[in-house]
Design a protein around this ligand. Structure first.
Ligand code: CMP
Length: 138
């Protein structure tokens, strides 16, 4: 398995001032920040990022929500990064997220769930390259 994953702090969490607290939890869990920025997605670009969900009933709302405020995309490095990071953030639905996970602490709903984590090494690479040039990935 690759040792990198991709994440972004979502608009609900940046708006509520949780960016620093979330980054602190990520570093304390042993992840090294390879790339990081604060940026805004247009609805169109959110649609491209979530293209795999295009047929889902929640797609349109998701694209509107993901472009409603700034996000903080990051590339992270750690042994077993994809799986370990998904453990750290917890279940998509915060009602099912384990105690101590980032979503348990900060997510508001299934949609406004504070943070994204790639679900495979392949998607981690695709999502990283969506936001960061190769020369930004150190
Ligand atoms: P994420 O891990 O970024 O991947 C897709 C996102 O779609 C997910 O987090 C949620 O923000 C959103 N999502 C997934 N399932 C649902 C759902 N059933 N209803 C609304 N939003 C959802």
């Amino acid at each position: 398995a690759s040792n990198r994953t991709f994440t972004m702090i979502k608009p609900d969490a940046t708006a509520d001032g949780h960016t620093g607290a979330i980054i602190k939890l990520i570093e304390e869990a042993g992840f090294r920040i390879v790339a990081l920025k604060k940026t805004l997605l247009t609805q169109h670009r959110a649609g491209e990022f979530y293209a795999v969900h295009a047929e889902r009933p929640f797609y349109k709302d998701l694209c509107a929500y993901m472009s409603s405020g700034p996000i903080v995309p990051m590339i992270l490095e750690k042994e077993n990064a994809v799986a370990d990071f998904r453990k750290l953030i917890g279940a998509t639905n915060p009602a099912n997220a384990e105690e101590g996970t980032i979503r348990k602490l900060f997510a508001k709903s299934m949609e406004a769930n504070a943070i994204h984590g790639s679900d495979s090494d392949e998607n981690a690479a695709i999502e990283s390259n969506f936001f960061f040039a190769t020369t930004e990935q150190y």
